[in-house]
Design a protein around this ligand. Structure first.
Ligand code: FES
Ligand code: FES
Length: 165
């Protein structure tokens, strides 16, 4: 039987895009294979490891098990959309400074998870931060530097908000 195709439109990293998808595709297939945004990593491919997390309509979403049709009309952010030119987003800076980037494979998913939480809730509790990080597997760091990085990120985001006020 021929695959059904569908045209969808969405905004990704501030850019409006329209693409053709087939019914089997997940969000990660569109992001990596159609749009060539390979910063989002494919790990387990079964919603376990968290490496594929992106932000969709302000929420952290596992792109490996979210059907591509859900992208229709959505506002999507991937790791490529965070830095402003050479200037890293505070969460990227914090995660780098805390030594939480070793092989780096888990990093984009963790940064996007923290972005979804801290940009909407800069006063998130330590439990909320832990719950968010618990969705992510890391083979390298032992998790302590990631937790430290999350706390530094929260501090930087709060400072940025105070500067703007
Ligand atoms: S690749 Fe999506 S959760 Fe592992
Ligand atoms: S830094 Fe290697 S998997 Fe996390």
């Amino acid at each position: 039987m021929p695959e059904m195709t569908e045209k969808i439109s969405f905004t990704i990293n501030g850019e409006y895009r329209s693409v053709e998808i087939d019914e089997e595709m997940m969000v990660i297939d569109v992001i990596r294979d159609v749009l060539d945004l390979t910063g989002t990593k494919r790990g387990c491919d079964n919603a376990t490891c968290g490496t594929c997390v992106i932000v969709m309509n302000g929420k952290a979403v596992k792109s490996c098990n979210t059907p591509a049709s859900k992208m229709q009309g959505a506002n999507i952010l991937t790791i490529e959309g965070l830095a402003k030119g050479m200037e890293l987003h505070p969460i990227q800076k914090a995660i780098a400074e805390s030594g939480a980037v070793q092989c780096g494979f888990c990093t984009p998913g963790i940064v996007m998870e923290l972005h979804a939480l801290l940009e909407s809730k800069p006063d998130a509790s330590e439990t909320e931060l832990s719950n968010a990080l618990n969705k992510h597997l890391c083979r390298c760091t032992g998790y302590e530097p990631i937790r430290d990085g999350a706390l530094i990120a929260q501090q930087l985001i709060r400072e940025r908000m105070t500067e703007k006020a």
